[in-house]
Design a protein around this ligand. Structure first.
Ligand SMILES: Cc1cc2nc3c(=O)[nH]c(=O)nc-3n(C[C@H](O)[C@H](O)[C@H](O)COP(=O)(O)OP(=O)(O)OC[C@H]3O[C@@H](n4cnc5c(N)ncnc54)[C@H](O)[C@@H]3O)c2cc1C
Length: 389
């Protein structure tokens, strides 16, 4: 049953996606039970989480992203103990393909970094890629990088496990409550206001509004460069000409990708437009068909049966924003994951809960993710992304 909007709460979280719900869960775990999660629509029905494909990979080019994946992977591995749910992990692996020297050099640097962090990847020549996965056309490849322990979860199972656990601990989730304003007093937020004029007084606000996080920050007078980046995905009918199990294949140059989904396939279509539009367009389907057949010639005989558009929450350097602006100490940003927020939701929940309960994040140094890095022009770039801008 939908609860009534309260007039005060210790912590207000804006957004009930996998990040907001994960934070609520961790706050409950740390004894903060006066938590309200406000959702403009319905839980799990819109936002990036609703279109996510549930991948967790360790192949990133920065130490902070790799460590975020390793810590989060441990939480997912022990999910049953904490949440009572088996996540049915599918360890398909991730394979990134480089067709240009520039991309290959990123993969070489990544390999060195991952070895230092004791989570090595395997580098393959084009011939080795073809030997392992003969359905891939490798004639334009410089090489590939492979992490066999990466794979897939079901994002909806994870989201609802967070929601259920947080609710059991006392957190209140309210749907149809869009935040349209914040109440400020000096360097503090004192409350939030819904678009219908209901005010909630609070000690902390967490901006977990995904692709809308830039808009929510603007309500508080803050400049947070997070934009929605459209991503087309297409789904094929049953396709049995390639194996049932193979890694997620990414083409670093084009941004195309392919993964097994049941008996069919998910094909990653074009990305690049910054807009909240959900429209699937024919040009995108055509691009996806051409790229798919170029990399996997057998796909000429496959059939695309549906498609959708999701929105990545894009920052200029493709890293998340976690922390507060110095001019508004109790307004904590946890957004801008740039396409990898599902897999980093466990560590983000821990870090934000630490910020709120202990005044600082302890599990990881989040200084590189501070929201002021954009205006300081001090970015940390992540080139290994699932999209092209
Ligand atoms: C096609 C696609 C595939 C992806 N695949 C992967 C993957 O394989 N692995 C991975 O790790 N990540 C993946 N991602 C990224 C991942 O989905 C996101 O990083 C993650 O879901 C972000 O979660 P979130 O809670 O921050 O945002 P969201 O899920 O967008 O949640 C934000 C919520 O805030 C609400 N909201 C916004 N404004 C307001 C307001 N003013 N008041 C109240 N509520 C508000 C929204 O309605 C929304 O429900 C993918 C994304 C897409 C689009």
């Amino acid at each position: 049953m939908q609860k009534e909007l309260p007039s005060k709460a210790n912590v207000v979280i804006i957004g009930s996606g996998v990040i907001g719900a994960g934070i609520a869960c961790q706050l409950i775990k740390r004894g903060i039970d006066d938590v309200v999660v406000l959702e403009q629509g319905e839980i799990g029905a819109q936002g990036a989480t609703s279109k996510c494909i549930g991948g967790l990979r360790t192949q990133f080019s920065t130490a902070i992203n790799i460590r975020f994946s390793l810590i989060s992977r441990e939480v997912f591995r022990n999910f049953k103990e904490q949440f009572g749910i088996d996540l049915n992990f599918r360890p398909y692996g991730y394979l990134f393909l480089a067709t240009r020297e520039k991309e290959w050099s990123v993969l070489l640097d990544t390999s060195r970094l991952m070895t230092r962090l004791k989570t090595p990847l395997e580098l393959f020549t084009p011939q080795e890629v073809a030997q392992q996965w003969p359905f891939l056309d490798v004639k334009d490849l410089v090489g590939g990088s492979y992490t066999k322990d990466d794979g897939f979860y079901d994002p909806h199972t994870v989201l609802w496990a967070y929601v259920k656990k947080a609710r059991l601990g006392g957190a209140v989730f309210i749907e149809g409550a869009k935040i349209g304003g914040v109440l400020r007093s000096g360097k503090k937020i004192t409350g939030v206001e819904t678009t219908k004029g209901h005010q909630i007084k609070t000690e902390f606000v967490v901006n977990a509004a995904g692709p809308w996080a830039g808009q929510v920050a603007a309500l508080a007078g803050l400049d947070l460069p997070i934009e929605p980046l459209r991503r087309h995905l297409f789904f094929t009918d049953t396709f049995e000409e390639i194996p049932d199990v193979f890694p997620m294949v990414f083409d670093l140059n084009s941004g195309w990708y392919m993964k097994r989904e049941g008996k069919g396939l998910i094909l990653g279509g074009p990305s690049g437009e910054r807009s909240f539009s959900n429209d699937v367009n024919f040009d995108a389907e055509e691009w996806t068909a051409i790229e798919s057949i170029r990399r996997v010639p057998a796909l000429e005989r496959s059939r695309i049966i549906r498609g959708w558009v999701g929105h990545y929450e894009l920052t200029p350097d493709h890293h998340a924003v976690i922390g507060a602006f110095p001019e508004l100490e109790n307004f904590i940003c946890a957004a801008g994951f740039s396409g990898h927020g599902f897999q980093h939701s466990p560590i983000t929940g821990m870090l934000v809960a630490e910020l709120i309960t202990e005044g600082r994040a302890k599990t990881e140094d989040i200084y590189p993710l501070r929201p002021t890095r954009f205006r300081e022009d001090n970015l940390i770039h992540e080139p290994i992304t699932a999209f092209r801008e």
